[in-house]
Design a protein around this ligand. Sequence first.
Ligand SMILES: [Zn+2]
Length: 432
Amino acid sequence: MNRRHFLQHSAAFAALPMMTRRPPLRAPLHVNGERLNGWLTAFDGIGRTAGGINRVAYSEADLAGRAFTLDLFRQSGLTPRLDAAGNIYARVPGSVATLPPILIGSHVDSVTDGGNFDGPVGSFAAIEVGRTLLETRTRLRHPVDVVVWQNEEGGTIGSKIAIGALTDADLDKVARSGKTVREGIALTGGNVAQLASAAKKQGDIACYIELHIEQGGLLEKAGLQIGVVEGIVGLRWIEVTITGMSNHAGATPMDQRHDAMLAAAKFSVAINDAIRAEPGRQVATVGRIVASPNTTNVIAGQVVMTVDLRDLDVAKLTRFKATFERLGREIGTATDTTFQFRTLVDSEPAIADPRVVSWIESSAAALGLTRQRMPSGAGHDAQEIARIAPMGMIFVPSIGGISHSPKEFSKADDITRGADVLLNAVIAADRG
Ligand SMILES: [Zn+2]
């Protein structure tokens, strides 16, 4: 094409309506996996102790981790800025000024004695995706915002602020570092007095996509490369108090007992049977049990125990909760004890947006990766953002299904594949 033709062609191109200006479909792009995994390896040196990774929110190590992350943004040609919550954002500009950003990211804080993959994988992959878009001069219509949320492990604090859901009482909660959230926001460079300015509303974000390690063993066991998250499960925490009567373990005949411990044992088995009797991914756990007087030669007069019940379907949660209460009453009658139920936590499921799910799936397919739809049993920042924007998550395998542990590990190739899916899902989201 000569210059004159080219100019005529470009003028015609510029005059076309927006819908026809989208670039044609092309082969999937790839991130620089070696670079991404190199960042993760270097990051492993921050907050590493004998017990594991300790980058608990607002600790010295967390602040060092944030400084490392800010540096990655800058090295990648992305200019980081902090919101009033202390969340880190950086933007890859889009070509259509009126479009809201596609948001991608995760967190870099850890639990006590945790691993190096829960959070950093998704955060650094998002930075790598931004860098790849810049390096390949892939100009999307939407801006792409890369975000690193502060204090995910202490209750998704940064993302809660981003949807305007953090309460004044939450500000006084003490994080694992011993600092309050209020103090932590100041330490991260935020401003508690301006928190409202960090809150986004419906329409402010085109969609949110988070890459994360699975933290379960399903993908590894099935030999699959990518988990396409259907949603983050809702949770019911129930405290069950069983009242019987303390009495002498030697002198009280077996048919004259009001044994709270026996009732608790029967109840644990009964809810396990009930939850397993039905197909689906619902889970229920008795994780805490306190008997009193908790003595070898005394029949327990009281047991306080907890039930953790999770599923993607609210109706199922409600039904199982009712079933557990009925089983408690029946076991109470059979064991001459009484059951009382108290709700500790009710959190609703966050369902992934079907369009975001399809973008993730089509990207994984275009990359030739094996995949499966699955729920997330663990909580994530994505569950908060889902309240105001279409959300989706990508999982990569966790070896042995282990997380929140120094044994947490994901293979470099799996991390690269996850980042590739994130990159191409962003491009698919841009096309809409
Ligand atoms: Zn996480």
